[in-house]
Design a binder for this molecule. Structure first.
Ligand SMILES: Cc1ncc(C[n+]2csc(CCOP(=O)(O)OP(=O)(O)O)c2C)c(N)n1
Ligand SMILES: [Mg+2]
Length: 407
C-alpha cells in the first residue's frame, strides 16, 4: 500500500486548483525553502472552501452556483444528517465495545464529506462505497440496521444494492473503483443520463485497481466521479507514504480534472460533487474529487491509533469540526433557533436507542444460509462444503443440525 517515488525527492513546482482537461489555475509553490518544509500532501490554497472553520461563508465564483438556491431548511437538513449520522456511528462503536458487533469502522470527522457528496447524488445515480460510508448510506435511504447486521455478522452482505442504487460495502481496497467504472461504461451505453460515484480512501489511491479504473474511465469517457476521502491515514500509514503530490493532481496524468475540496465543509462538498456529477451526466467523463478531511477515530474498533499518531494532530482537526462549522453558520446567518437544536438532540437520542434495540433483537442467521446464494443453480463443491459444515455442526452436542438452530 505504500509508494516511494524517487522522482519526487527534488522540490517540485505544484500546480494548484483543478488540473487536467478543463484548465487550471496557476498559483503553485516553487521549490523554495518554505515549500520544501511543507509536505506535498498538506492542504494548500487550492482547497475549495465555502465555509470557514468558524462558519463564515467564503465566496467562490466557480462553485457558488451549485449551492446558490439552497434554502435555510435544506441547510438545516444537512446539519440534521450530519448530527444523526454521528450519533448512529457513536452508538455502533459502543455496541461493538459491548460485544454486540464484531467490528465497526467509524466515520467520525468525515460527516461533511459523506453527507455533502451523498446529498449531491440523484436517485438514479449509482454509488459504490467502501466500508466506511455510513453517511452516504444514510443519504441513499439504506436502513442503518442493515449496516449493523453486516457488522454483527448476521446477514450475508447487508442489503439489496438495487433498492437504493447503493452497492454493498467493499473491503477489498480500491476494487470498487473498477466496478464503478464498468457500471458507468454500461449505463453510458444504455444511453442513461445518470452518473456513478465511487468512494475510496487515500490508501486505496496506491492500489493498481484505482489506476486501472482511472485509465479505463478516461479513455471510455465513463460518467463516474471518483470521490477520495483523504482522511490522512490508511490504518497506520500517513498520506505522505502514499503519494509525493496532492492526490487530486493524479487525475491530470490520466487526462481528466481533479479538484481538492475541504472535506470538513459540507457546503463545498455538496457543490463540488454536484459539479462533478453534472459533468459526468453531460458526457464529459470522469472527475477526481479529493475531499481533504481527517479520521478522528481509530481505523476500526480493532485499531489503536495512540500507537502511531499524536493527540495534538487530532486536536488541530477538532477545531475544523464539520458539524460545529455548519452550526456556526446556521446560528449567525439564518433564522435557526435553539428549539431546532434541542429537538434534534432529542431525535438523535431516540435514534441511538432505536439502533441499540434493533441490534440486540437481531436473530442469529440459519447456519446454512451462507451456502444458499453462492450459485443460482447449486454447485457440487458447495454441496460438499455444506455437508462438511453439517458434520462439523454435528460435533457440537447442543446443536440440532436438522433445524440449524441451537437447542
Ligand atoms: C486489497 C487490500 N489490501 C489490504 C487490505 C487491508 N486494509 C483494510 S483497510 C486498509 C487501509 C485503507 O486505507 P484508506 O484507503 O485510506 O481508507 P480508510 O480506511 O482510511 O477510510 C487496508 C490496508 C484490504 N482490505 N484490501
Ligand atoms: Mg484513509
Amino acid at each position: 500500500m505504500t509508494v516511494e517515488s524517487t522522482a519526487a525527492r527534488k522540490p517540485r513546482r505544484s500546480a494548484a486548483g483543478k488540473t487536467g482537461t478543463t484548465g487550471s489555475r496557476a498559483a503553485g509553490t516553487t521549490g523554495t525553502k518554505r515549500a520544501a518544509a511543507k509536505k506535498p500532501t498538506d492542504a494548500g490554497p487550492e482547497l475549495v472552501q465555502l465555509l470557514t472553520p468558524e462558519g463564515k461563508r467564503v465566496k467562490n465564483p466557480e462553485y457558488d452556483p451549485f449551492v446558490a438556491d439552497i434554502t435555510p431548511d435544506e441547510l438545516r437538513g444537512l446539519y440534521r444528517d450530519m448530527v444523526l449520522t454521528r450519533r448512529f456511528d457513536a452508538e455502533a462503536t459502543s455496541l461493538q465495545r459491548q460485544g454486540e458487533l464484531g467490528l465497526w469502522a467509524s466515520l467520525l470527522g468525515q460527516e461533511a464529506a459523506q453527507i455533502g457528496s451523498g446529498r449531491a447524488t440523484r436517485e438514479d445515480d449509482y454509488v459504490f462505497p467502501t466500508y466506511r460510508e455510513h453517511g452516504v448510506a444514510w443519504c441513499r435511504g439504506v436502513d442503518p440496521a442493515n449496516l449493523l447486521g453486516m457488522f454483527r455478522g448476521v446477514n450475508n452482505g447487508g442489503w439489496d444494492p438495487s433498492s437504493n442504487n447503493f452497492h454493498l460495502y467493499t473491503i477489498v481496497i480500491g476494487s470498487q473503483t473498477l466496478h464503478a467504472t464498468g457500471y458507468a461504461m454500461g449505463i453510458a451505453k444504455d444511453g442513461a443520463d445518470s452518473a456513478v460515484i465511487a468512494y475510496f480512501g487515500d490508501g486505496a489511491s496506491s492500489q493498481g485497481d484505482v489506476a486501472e479504473a482511472f485509465t479505463f474511465s478516461a479513455v471510455y469517457n465513463a460518467p463516474v466521479v471518483f470521490f477520495c476521502q483523504n482522511n490522512q491515514w490508511a490504518i497506520s500509514e500517513p498520506t505522505e507514504k502514499q503519494t509525493r503530490v496532492p492526490l487530486y493532481q493524479r487525475a491530470q496524468g490520466f487526462g481528466f480534472p481533479g479538484v481538492r475540496v475541504d472535506g470538513n465543509d459540507v457546503l463545498a462538498c455538496l457543490a463540488v460533487t454536484k459539479w462533478a456529477l453534472e459533468r459526468a451526466r453531460r458526457g464529459e467523463g470522469p472527475t477526481l474529487v479529493e475531499a481533504y478531511t481527517y479520521r478522528m477515530g481509530a481505523h476500526t474498533t480493532s485499531d489503536d491509533p495512540t500507537r502511531y499518531r499524536h493527540d495534538d494532530e487530532r486536536a488541530a482537526w477538532e477545531a475544523k469540526d464539520p458539524i460545529a462549522r455548519l452550526r456556526g453558520y446556521l446560528e449567525s446567518e439564518t433564522d435557526t433557533d435553539e428549539g431546532f437544536f434541542a429537538e434534534l438532540e432529542t431525535e438523535s437520542e431516540a435514534l441511538g436507542r432505536r439502533v441499540r434495540e434493533v441490534v440486540r433483537a437481531m436473530p442469529d442467521p440459519d447456519h446454512f444460509a451462507i451456502f444458499e446464494n453462492a450459485y443460482a443453480d447449486g454447485h457440487a463443491l458447495v454441496d460438499e462444503e455444506r455437508a462438511q459444515f453439517a458434520a462439523y455442526q454435528e460435533s457440537f452436542a447442543d446443536v440440532d443440525v436438522e433445524e440449524g438452530q441451537e437447542r
